[in-house]
Write a protein that binds this ligand. Sequence first.
Ligand code: F6P
Length: 357
Amino acid sequence: MKRIGMLTSGGDCQALNAAMRGVVKTIMNASDEVEIYGFLEGYKGLIYGNFRMLGHADFSGILTKGGTILGSSRTPFKLIREPDENGLDKVEAMKHNYYKLNLDCLVILGGNGTHKTANLLRKEGLNVVTLPKTIDNDLWGTDMTFGFQSAVDIATDAIDCIHTTAASHGRVFIVEVMGHKVGWLTLNAGMAGGADIILIPEIPYDIDKVVSAIEARHKRGSRFTILAVAEGAISKEDAALSKKELKEKQKNKVYPSVSYQVAAEIEERTGSEVRVTVPGHTQRGGSPCPYDRVFASRLGSEAGKLIMKGEYGFMVGYRNREIVKVPLEDVAGKLKYLSPDASIIQEAKMLGISFGD
Ligand code: F6P
């Protein structure tokens, strides 16, 4: 009998259910001797022993369903060693529940923070297999995370919709795209949606260059300009500040997000009307796109295979078009940034897209 604990932690994304279904179907197809313990709301469920026994029926009909049937929550890694409000040692509690239920392994679906805790549990002696989820695509060790392509579709749709109204009104429009500290989502949605200017954290922008790009378009006869701005985009001046100075500056921030700041600066310099659209969490919502359904199912299935072989301590990832197992200690604590020298950025520049640099 295999006893498998499963949890989804951190911000949700599309195809979490498809991935879990992939793991469970693969194992159940090979053997009836399996019990699935679904921990509720991420690591919280493992810490406080909140779980549901899951059977075949729970994984039926969820391939296309967004969100996660287990619920999710954020349990910050930096607080994991700190006792909870009742003095409970969270790491010891997780180990206790694992051993009490006599689990063979944990399947953990998550992004960066989740992987740090997963690696800690591995170091504490638990058997762990992880799957890379996040719309940000910023997880080290895999070329792609599931949720990313679905989010690209949604952010692209937002830019597409803005295109028609921008063309009618001759305005400057900003679409703010999620992605945390990296620009994968903004770059891909921006290129797919035909944005004229793309601002990403990896390439700090100069507002004068942004304004020049808008003015150059207007001189060429374009009545509108669309900017795809990453939520983590940063100006050259702010990028030059130390972490402490930046934190201090952000305490007194006037605008709700970087897009509103960029909008105000463009309005001031050009006198043009600027409108900001923030699709926000819609980018994480709804059904997974077909690519993500297939991708997450494949990763899930390979995770199931590892579990059946008793191979633990890995994230199942995707590199150079192959599904691979990546040691957890290599993944934990590293972010996968876009390189400003990446060929996709050079190609975007050759297409005339400005990065404000
Ligand atoms: O990591 C996924 C993500 O959606 C990021 O793109 C975004 O910065 C963050 O989560 C938002 O977090 P929350 O859902 O806690 O507001």
